[in-house]
Design a binder for this molecule. Structure first.
Ligand code: NDP
Ligand code: MG
Length: 381
């Protein structure tokens, strides 16, 4: 029996993780869960899974929850998430919160020697060097939940690192893949949230439309697999059947395929190096799909992807700025305060105003994250 701590239980990845746990009650149990504010969604989860630890974002949400249930261990905020991530009874931390808010819990869980299933890519983007250094030091496995990284992880199984020639990350293209840049000028939040292949949380769906999601994934892949940016390529593949590929020095390419269902990579992270049955997933019927399409990525069409590569290559504190600026700009877009194209303008501005710091420590990263967010907010005042 593996005891799971799940951060972001009420989210898209969180709910699908619960589905996986539900399918294997003899193998997994939910020891702790954290969510933000969505008490209505959390209540049935708590009643069903009876976790020992519950974490909510604020004291106000705690009060709201206590009016509905009595529970002896309801914690709050980032200290609460750390406690839920490091509790001695936890075997695996599934980090599925949205945003760099997940960083400190991840670092503390690594120090406590927990295996980590990581969906929370912003953590690796904002502080990849710190997370990977800590994981090496404490000999902790970081198992990818992101479908592209799960694909690469499987394609790398049993191979020698120095035989990798390139990682090829596939991109569906998001909601606006068939629009020109001119047509992006007046797209709405509703348009952006209408992803052709995947149903996900709002922030990552907007990131997919701007191609920032792929940019964050490039940086995530760089850290998870220790591959330099020159050897990471993105290719547009609208069917989302091939989830990513690895090309080796002898020209062999190993790809991982499947239907677009996040429960597959979530479960693989929980069962690695084993595999369990997943009866609910739709199986791939290649003869129904018939054709797979691939296109070269256009950096002029998708400036967010270009900025992410540049920030990744420049390294130091640049990816922290990229991530914080993006998180804040996407929130403003979702609130209807800026246009879709202003997201990339704001990020570009934040990056060009930042004086890069080499090897930032945790305190510096948290500081830069806050300063960048303030700066983005100030643009609309
Ligand atoms: P959602 O927006 O659906 O869910 C986010 C979760 O985080 C919710 O449970 C939310 O709680 C919780 N949360 C937000 N802020 C806080 C906080 N301050 N304290 C505690 N909990 C908080 O996001 P997704 O599930 O879509 O994405 C989660 C992560 O997984 C992201 O990093 C994303 O990039 C990554 N990912 C997602 C994929 C997907 O298919 N959705 C695919 C690959 C990666 P509440 O709503 O209750 O406030
Ligand atoms: Mg992905």
């Amino acid at each position: 029996m593996k005891h799971i701590s799940l951060l972001g239980a009420t989210g898209s990845i969180g709910m699908q993780t619960l589905e996986v746990i539900r399918l294997h009650p003899d193998k997994f149990s939910l020891h702790a869960l954290a969510f933000g504010q969505n008490v209505d969604k959390a209540l049935p989860i708590i009643q069903e899974f009876q976790p020992d630890i519950i974490v909510v974002q604020s004291p106000q949400t705690k009060k709201e929850l206590e009016r509905l249930i009595s529970h002896k261990r309801i914690l709050t905020g980032s200290e609460g998430m750390i406690e839920a991530s490091t509790d001695p009874d936890v075997d695996i931390l599934v980090n599925a919160v949205m945003g760099s808010i997940g960083l400190r819990s991840t670092l503390q869980a690594i120090e406590a020697g927990k295996t980590i299933a990581i969906a929370n890519k912003e953590t690796l983007v904002t502080a990849g060097h710190l997370v990977m250094e800590a994981a090496r030091k404490h000999n902790v496995s970081l198992l990818p939940v992101d479908s592209e990284h799960s694909a690469i992880h499987q394609a790398l199984n049993g191979e020698m690192h120095h035989h990798i020639d390139q990682l090829m990350i596939t991109a569906s293209g998001g909601s606006f893949r068939d629009k020109t840049r001119d047509q992006l000028a007046d797209v709405t939040v509703e348009d952006a949230l209408n992803h052709p292949n995947w149903s996900m949380g709002a922030k990552i769906t907007v990131d997919s439309a701007s191609m920032m999601n792929k940019g964050l994934e490039v940086i995530e892949a760089h850290w998870l697999f220790g591959v330099p940016y020159e050897k990471i390529h993105v290719i547009l593949h609208r069917e989302s059947v091939i989830h990513s590929m690895v090309e080796y020095v002898d020209g062999n390419v190993i790809a991982q395929l499947g239907t677009p269902d996040m429960k597959v990579p979530i479960q693989y992270a929980l069962t690695y190096p084993g595999r369990f049955e997943l009866p609910t997933t739709k199986r791939l019927q290649l003869e129904e799909i018939a054709t797979l399409n691939f296109e070269k990525m256009d950096f002029a069409r998708f400036p967010c992807l270009r900025m992410a590569f540049e920030a990744g290559r420049e390294g130091g504190s640049m990816p922290t700025v990229l991530n914080a600026a993006n998180e804040e700009a996407v929130q403003l877009f979702l609130q209807g305060k800026i246009t879709f194209l202003q997201i990339e303008d704001f990020i570009e501005d934040a990056l060009s105003n930042h004086n890069r710091i080499e090897q930032p420590d945790l305190e510096t990263i948290l500081h830069i994250d806050q300063v960048t967010r303030q700066q983005i907010k100030s643009y609309i005042n």
